[in-house]
Design a protein around this ligand. Structure first.
Ligand code: WTA
Length: 632
């Protein structure tokens, strides 16, 4: 915990330093970690292939840095407080020593199953302490983890297992979520049945459901670790060896496996954690994300542990047993830094202040937001009622691909401006480009947000398909990393994110590609063709609007068809991607060359009835009138 910047002036000078001498800047930060062997070259890069190597030749194991390194001074310190879904159930804590021991035991278990350096292991688990143990055991043996959010369907799970050719799944019998229990084991059974790469499934008992165990394939988690040694020599990894794959949605095709590597990711997540949240010795940090998303990877697991923090893992949901749950947990653990998503803030805002005011939130020092733009109303409510006009809001902009927070205030050091994410962290060099790729220098002019220099936790590739990485992120503008977001900069140099400029929609802070949802809809027996767009949604930020052309439907009730279409999305992706609105249409607005004019569909979804701009390239303009009529 020695990476912290302590004033805004220091931030400014560090920023300057990081731009003028990036290698020296990051090299000095990397020195504070424990390496088995020092790197040969700090940075070697070009964005055209792309090739990005940080600390190449350096040998390390990230788990030695987040466990062993801390043991002399933190063995008895709590690493995580686990708060169960059921408010009356007893929580658990795990110290750094206990976490170390459990990680080593499971590492020994993985070794026994034949898991080796470089093997891919899929983790499909609830928000429990063993999920962190599973993640770190993979890292300790040098296996590459691929965590799949437990809300994804068995089909989505299978797609990701196949893409990564994972040999092992670590899962649980089920999970608790509010009033519901989800049967994870059956989802896994269904998902892996056609995955030839899978050799074993490790099953943790979470809900006592005693699932069927497939002989020779399935192993009970506790049986596996029983009697295993609590030491394990961590596998030496090159700084550029893969640490994990995380699947995320893009404009086209199936989700891609974003690859992060060991050294740079370690350096950046820890550095950004300490600085953005201004984490102090003894503080309690709480990030409410799920470990299945990048926010959970970087700011529940890796960043906090690397910095020797104590934090919370919450199994439940913000509204169970009531909308005061977040605040009850903040009071119970005297949370100092609280990090959540705008969609949660808007949901809780709608439940009024009584439920907030029952709790003592005076321990809070910094409150954060992530995942989507935070609207001014939500920002103000959060600032006044949760932060009590006394806590800075860190509006952190970043992406799965960036590995860590890129634009944000640093705790209470930086000036704030509602709805503005703020300044780049040291080492981050954002630019705004116009459509021709020229850098925009004027203030308040919207452009495409790009990065012109690598930072340690930038993605290295997309798993199994380097060209896809190049085409998606490094080809739109030569020499730049393209984020997919539009943004502008105010006169003080603070960035404001406008939102995605591609066919990615951000629903409750979760990313989906419109094409992915269309693919799921198109598997439906009634669907001929579909087009999906995002539209503004009060709580979710964006909602999903699906236009579907159907056949064989004359003798069916409309509600039956929409229910069936919804079910197709639940099965193809998961319930989290269910369309908010489905409109059955007779045709889609297409250009003469057959391209769907989504611009028009987006406007209709927003409630526009005319003024569709230039429609002269439409093959059949009457389709538009019909859709508008049907939408009313
Ligand atoms: C959006 C989540 C505005 C953005 C960490 C980005 C945000 C996408 C913010 C990445 C923010 C994330 N303000 N928009 N503070 N944070 N976004 O990969 O559109 O799930 O490109 O990573 O979320 O989503 P992802």
């Amino acid at each position: 915990m020695n990476l912290r910047i302590k004033s805004f002036e220091e931030y400014q000078s560090k920023y300057q330093e990081s731009i003028e001498n990036p290698e020296e800047f990051w090299g000095a930060i990397a020195e504070t970690f424990s390496w088995q062997k020092k790197w040969d070259k700090t940075l070697d890069w070009n964005f055209s292939e792309p090739k990005i190597n940080w600390f190449k030749g350096g040998k390390l194991n990230i788990t030695e840095n987040l466990l062993d390194r801390h043991l002399p001074e933190r063995a008895e310190q709590v690493a995580f407080y686990w708060e169960p879904n059921d408010i009356n159930a007893e929580g658990k804590t795990i110290t750094y020593q206990e976490l170390h021991d459990q990680v080593c035991q499971l590492s020994n278990g993985l070794k026994e199953l034949g898991v080796q350096k470089g093997d891919r292991v899929c983790i499909y688990m609830p928000m429990v302490l063993e999920s962190v143990v599973a993640i770190l055991a993979c890292a300790r043996v040098g296996a590459v983890h691929s965590i799949i959010f437990a809300g994804f369907s068995s089909n989505a799970l299978a797609d990701r297992i196949d893409d990564a050719k994972a040999k092992l799944v670590i899962t649980a019998d089920g999970l608790n979520r509010g009033t519901k229990q989800v049967d994870l084991k059956s989802m896994v059974d269904e998902g892996v049945k056609n995955c030839s790469s899978i050799e074993n499934v490790i099953v943790l008992n979470c809900i006592n459901s005693q699932p069927n165990m497939k002989e020779g394939r399935d192993i009970d988690y506790h049986t596996l670790i029983k009697g295993k040694s609590s030491t394990f020599a961590a596998e030496p990894m090159d700084a550029e060896d893969m640490l994990f794959i995380l699947y995320t949605s893009g404009s086209t095709g199936k989700p891609k496996g974003v690859v992060h590597t060991c050294g740079g990711y370690m350096v950046y997540t820890s550095y950004s954690f300490e600085n953005v949240f201004q984490y102090n010795e003894g503080d309690v940090f709480w990030c409410t994300a799920d470990i299945g998303w990048i926010t959970g990877h970087s700011y529940i697991v890796y960043g906090p542990l690397l910095s020797g923090a104590s934090s919370i893992i919450f199994e439940g949901v913000p509204t169970y047993p009531d909308a005061g749950r977040f605040w009850q947990v903040c009071e119970k653990y005297k949370v100092n830094q609280f990090y959540t998503a705008p969609t949660a803030i808007r949901t809780l805002m709608a439940h009024g202040l009584d439920v907030v005011n029952q709790y003592d939130l005076s321990s809070l020092k910094v409150i954060g937001s992530v995942g989507e733009p935070i609207n001014e109303e939500a920002w103000n409510w959060y600032y006044e009622n949760i932060g009590k006009n006394n806590c800075p809001i860190v509006d952190t902009w970043w992406q799965t691909e960036t590995g860590g927070i890129m634009l944000s205030g640093l705790g209470d050091l930086s000036p704030m401006n509602p709805t503005h994410a703020g300044y780049p962290l040291p080492g981050i060099q954002p630019v705004l480009l116009d459509a021709d790729g020229n850098e925009i220098t004027e203030n308040e002019k919207e452009g495409y947000l790009c990065m012109k220099f690598p930072w340690p936790s930038i993605l290295r590739t997309t798993y199994g398909d380097h060209d896809r990485c190049k085409n998606t992120y490094f080809s739109n503008y030569d020499g730049y990393y393209f984020t997919g977001d539009g943004a502008k900069r105010d006169k003080n140099g603070m960035y404001r994110i406008i939102g995605r400029v591609d066919d990615v929609i951000n629903v409750s802070g979760h990313r989906f590609g419109t094409a992915e949802i269309e693919d799921a809809l198109n598997t439906n027996e009634f669907a001929i063709e579909s087009a999906v767009v995002g539209y503004p949604h009060d709580i979710k930020g964006q909602g999903i609007y699906a236009y579907v052309v159907v056949e064989n439907a004359t003798n069916k009730e409309l509600s039956e068809i929409t229910a069936s279409l919804t079910e197709s999305v639940s099965q193809g992706i998961g319930r989290i991607a269910k369309p908010d609105k489905i409109q059955i249409v007779t045709g889609l607005p297409k250009t003469r060359s057959g391209k769907i004019m989504r611009r028009i569909l987006r406007k209709i979804a927003e409630g526009e009835q005319s003024n569709f701009g230039d429609t002269s390239t439409l093959l059949d303009p009457s389709v538009v009138d019909e859709i508008v009529k049907e939408s009313l």
